[in-house]
Design a protein around this ligand. Structure first.
Ligand code: HEC
Length: 106
C-alpha cells in the first residue's frame, strides 16, 4: 500500500533526524522542542492540508496525554503512533502534551 510505505519512509527519516538531534539538545526546553519538531513533521499546524493526519496543536492537554498513553499501551490501535509513543517515557509524553496544548501554530 502506498500510504503505508510513505509513513514507513517518514518514520525512517524521522529516526535519522532524532539520532542527529539528541546530543545537540541537552537542555530541557530545547529537548521538548526537538521532540515536538519530530511530531510536527507529520502533524502540521494547518489542519485540512492534503495529508490525512490530524492537527494536534491547541488541544486539551489531558485529552492529548490520554491519547498518547493509549497509543503507547496499545489501547488505541494505530498505524504509526503506537510505535512512536513507545519511544517516549511517560514523562516525555507529558512534556509533549503540555507543549502541544500550549501551541497555537506549531
Ligand atoms: C510518521 C508520522 C507521524 C509522526 C512523526 C507523529 N505522528 Fe501522531 N499521528 C500520525 C498518524 C498517521 C495518526 C493517526 C493514528 C495512526 O494511524 O497512527 C496520528 C495521531 C496522533 C494523535 C491522535 C490525534 C487524534 O485526533 O486522534 C496524537 C495526539 C498524536 N498523533 C500525537 C503525536 C505526537 C505528540 C507526536 C510526536 C511525538 C506525533 N504524533 C508524531 C502520524 C504521526
Amino acid at each position: 500500500m502506498e500510504t503505508q510505505w510513505n509513513v514507513r519512509s517518514a518514520v525512517a527519516v524521522i529516526g535519522l533526524a532524532f539520532a542527529c538531534q539528541m546530543p545537540v539538545h541537552a537542555q530541557d526546553g530545547s529537548t521538548v522542542r526537538g521532540m515536538a519538531a519530530t511530531c510536527a513533521n507529520c502533524h502540521s499546524a494547518e489542519s485540512g492540508d492534503s495529508r490525512s493526519i490530524p492537527a494536534i496543536n491547541s488541544r486539551d492537554r489531558g485529552a492529548l496525554l490520554q491519547q498518547l498513553k493509549d497509543f503507547k499501551s496499545g489501547a488505541r490501535p494505530a498505524t504509526v503512533m503506537h510505535q512512536l509513543a513507545r519511544g517516549f517515557t511517560d514523562a516525555q509524553l507529558e512534556q509533549l502534551a503540555t507543549w502541544f496544548a500550549n501551541a497555537e501554530k506549531r
